[in-house]
Design a protein around this ligand. Structure first.
Ligand SMILES: NC(=O)c1ccc[n+]([C@@H]2O[C@H](COP(=O)([O-])OP(=O)(O)OC[C@H]3O[C@@H](n4cnc5c(N)ncnc54)[C@H](O)[C@@H]3O)[C@@H](O)[C@H]2O)c1
Length: 438
């Protein structure tokens, strides 16, 4: 089976590579020619564990092709996946212009039946817009061709994207016709054979499922952050509370970590888009609006804690930052809490020494302010007035506190991920500030 995946970003590249891995012939298409050239010369544009080997292997077999010309393969393929970005527009709604551009290109050039599948995260009603855009182009050409539109939202997690795609907890497929369902059953046969849950439903429900899942996860994070702030006030410890509540099987222990707010390319924009979808339909999602409000406040927590500790006098201080990416195992800096923190620190007159295992190159593209990028975590701590943990990379889990203490000018550690043990730090002469800790 031959397919095209339009958009070769985190989702498109992982999807295309994994489909090639299970035996399909995949055209990965992107308008970014530099990205395509790099991929064709074996350079992978993102950091994702396991991806590089899989791309190189499948490209070598000829099953995984990278190019920029969607029109050239429309006659060959049975399915076109749309996996382009859907960034937030000014009003918070998902900007669909990349998705609809692809739909128009398909409509303007298709010569035979195609199944068009939205894999990008798109609001309810988008499949209908895609259908209309394709139909309009066919109308302009005065051509009548049969086609279907389906929805296949992606649930992969950056940092574990290949594993999530190859061993999915579920595959959600929204279809409008039996023909589309049969094609998708064939496409996902390797996954069906392995008994992964493949759930067919109507298209609007599939589109909504993706937002529901992300909004639920964001809700858990904001809930824990809100609770952590109260714990601090009343003298409880959020880590203890988390363990106590997470063992309840109705609640579960995942996604219950207090920290410095959620970021990344998905949660912030998807929460915004869900709020906007509700408003556009005359409804207000009060719970999700509060989730967003709590998160906005939480993104400033590390700065507020530092500022309070130094009584507002931050000018001339040097701060070491461990971690820049929005979460470990990725170089993605989109909406990373570190970006806001760095801007606040620089505005307050702070000098920043940062280290991240993979995201420093990417961070430089997002930051206009001066940051000293260091070769390792200990170098970042040299002569700093405080060390702040921002991203919980494995490399930061068990540092030598003796080395940290020696490097720091002032023995203060602010733990934005509640990783460390206050007593262990105290034994090493370090003062500890966490989030919601006793
Ligand atoms: N990143 C994630 O973890 C994740 C997870 C699940 C779902 N999603 C959703 O998947 C979608 C893609 O996300 P991403 O992180 O892969 O985005 P991305 O920005 O990494 O990649 C999008 C790619 O699409 C390309 N593109 C834009 N217009 C194009 C066109 N007309 N033709 C060909 N290529 C075009 C861009 O050049 C870019 O390379 C979004 O809707 C996102 O919400 C992302």
């Amino acid at each position: 089976m031959k397919i095209a995946i339009v958009g070769t970003g985190y989702v498109g590249l992982v999807t295309g590579t994994c489909f090639a891995e299970v035996g399909l012939e995949v055209h990965c298409i992107d308008v970014n020619k530099e990205k395509i050239d790099n991929l064709n010369s074996g350079k992978i544009p993102i950091y994702e564990p396991g991806l590089e080997e899989m791309v190189l292997k499948n490209a070598q077999t000829g099953r995984l092709l990278f190019h920029s010309d969607l029109t050239s393969c429309l006659n060959e393929v049975e399915v076109v996946f749309i996996a382009v970005g859907t960034p937030p527009g000014e009003d918070g709604s998902a900007d669909l212009h990349y998705v609809l551009d692809v739909a128009r290109t398909v409509g303007a050039n298709m010569q035979k039946y195609l199944l068009i599948v939205t894999k990008s995260t798109v609001p309810v009603g988008t499949a209908a817009k895609v259908r209309q855009a394709v139909q309009d182009e066919l109308g302009k050409r005065n051509v009548h061709l049969e086609f279907d539109v389906a929805s296949n939202p992606e649930f992969l997690k950056e940092g574990a994207a290949v594993r999530d795609f190859m061993y999915p907890e579920r595959v959600v497929l929204g279809v409008e016709s039996e023909k589309a369902e049969n094609i998708l059953r064939r496409l996902y046969r390797p996954f069906l054979l392995n008994n992964f849950p493949v759930i067919f439903m109507d298209v609007p429900s599939a589109e909504m499922t993706k937002y529901a899942a992300n909004a639920m996860l964001a809700t858990r994070i904001s809930f824990m952050n809100d609770l952590a702030n109260l714990c601090e006030i009343v003298g409880a410890d959020i880590n203890m509370v988390r363990r106590g509540m997470g063992t309840d099987s109705r609640i579960g222990s995942k996604f219950l970590y207090a920290g410095c707010g959620y970021g990344g390319s998905c949660f912030p924009k998807d929460v915004k888009a869900l709020i906007k979808t509700a408003r556009d339909n005359g409804y207000s999602m009060r719970l999700i609006e509060a989730v967003e409000e709590v998160n906005e406040h939480q993104k400033g927590i590390l700065f507020r804690k530092l500022s309070a500790r130094f009584k507002g006098d931050l000018k001339g201080k040097t701060i070491a930052l461990w971690g820049l990416s929005f979460k470990p195992e990725t170089d993605d800096m989109r909406e990373a809490p570190a970006l806001i923190l760095i801007e606040q620190l620089v505005a307050a007159g702070v000098t920043i020494r940062a280290f991240d295992p993979v995201a420093m190159e990417e961070a430089q593209k997002h930051l206009a302010v001066p940051v000293t990028y260091c070769k390792d975590k200990y170098e970042a701590a040299i002569d700093a007035d405080a060390l702040m943990l921002v991203t919980e990379w494995a490399d930061f889990r068990m540092p030598s506190w003796a080395v940290v203490k020696k490097a720091l000018k002032y023995p203060l550690v602010i733990d934005g991920r509640n990783l460390y043990d206050k007593n262990e730090l105290a034994d090493n002469g370090l003062e500890y500030i966490g989030i919601g800790r006793k």
